[in-house]
Ligand binder design. Structure first.
Ligand SMILES: [Cu+2]
Length: 121
């Protein structure tokens, strides 16, 4: 019957809500320097991206595109915290976009863009 089908569907929904969360969630950016839309000074800067879970540093990627429009893959610092990706860059004034790609321990890759501005000296 129709009503029985609805009841069964409701039971399925209730069951799904009770499923435990995965032990490792895929990586979500929780903070960064520079912040999205933020401004930093020109020169040698450390860029820092923090996540809600541990990251596979070797299989994650930070790509910086600056005023010249050419994407540059940055070296991820081996000193990055387990849940962070750090890199150093020499920045001249202008508009930048940092594209991050993070591999979390659950095997899922997430990506995002952090646009920022480098101020005039
Ligand atoms: Cu995941």
């Amino acid at each position: 019957m129709f009503s029985r089908a609805i009841r069964r569907f409701s039971v399925l929904l209730a069951g799904a809500a009770l499923l435990p969360l995965p032990a490792f969630a895929h990586a979500i950016l929780t903070g960064s320097t520079p912040a999205p839309g933020g401004t930093v000074k020109p020169g040698h800067q450390t860029l820092d991206f923090q996540y809600n879970s541990k990251i596979d540093h070797k299989r994650s990627r930070l790509t910086l595109t600056g005023p010249d429009g050419k994407p540059v893959v940055l070296r991820i610092a081996p000193t990055s915290a387990a849940n962070a990706l750090d890199a150093e860059a020499d920045l001249t004034p202008g508009a930048y976009t940092l594209r991050w790609q993070a591999l979390a321990l659950d095997g899922h890759i997430t990506r995002g863009d952090v646009p920022f501005t480098v101020s005039a000296p």
